[in-house]
Design a binder for this molecule. Structure first.
Ligand code: MN
Length: 188
């Protein structure tokens, strides 16, 4: 749980992203950001240990338990990133438009601490978001050099059996009250 990598990748004079400061809020919040970078992906972040543990999910999350969505763990982000939307200017790391696609709180499903669950390569949690609800798990792929995990919905009252495509669900339908964001265009 450290923001050293986050800091090293960014020039805060040139990006509107929050500075590298860890803070313990005592809350368990999560966010999914739709990130129109070189390739569209969804950043899934969970508050733990004063930072946001983060995964880049190329296809976005799914509410269908049959989908095993690749989730590549990325560097820890500051807690303030929970509220970040905007345009990361060209020439910066992750350049492109970022929108909040969903946000809410989570509960860990078992007694284990978050850190222990991460070390064990299996984090099971319940999400209370606008779009994402119910139980999910993140499972680390064995022998993965790139820190690859799978994000999988568990069958429950919230799961669906129909095809689920995050890219077809607008970030504007999140119900999250916010200022008008930037236009949803992809920078080259
Ligand atoms: Mn990203």
């Amino acid at each position: 749980m450290s923001l050293t990598k986050y800091k090293a990748k960014r020039n805060f004079k040139d990006t509107p992203e929050p500075e590298a400061k860890s803070e313990r809020s005592g809350k368990n919040r999560f966010v999914v950001q739709e990130h129109h970078a070189t390739r569209l992906h969804y950043d899934f972040r969970m508050e733990a240990g004063g930072v946001l543990k983060s995964w880049a999910v190329p296809k976005g999350p799914s509410m269908n338990p049959k989908d095993k969505r690749l989730a590549v763990m990325t560097e820890d982000h500051p807690v303030k990133y929970l509220n970040f939307e905007g345009t990361i200017p060209e020439g910066n790391y992750g350049a492109g438009v970022m929108h909040i696609w969903d946000t809410g709180t989570y509960e860990l499903e078992d007694e284990k601490s978050y850190k222990k669950a991460l070390e064990a390569g299996k984090v099971k949690f319940k999400l209370h978001g606008e779009k994402l609800q119910g139980t999910f798990q993140l499972v680390k792929l064995k022998n993965s050099e790139k820190n690859e995990w799978l994000l999988i919905k568990s069958s429950d009252d919230f799961s669906v059996e129909t095809a689920y495509d995050a890219t077809k669900i607008s970030h504007e339908s999140s119900g999250v009250k916010k200022k008008p964001g930037p236009k949803c265009i992809t920078l080259k």
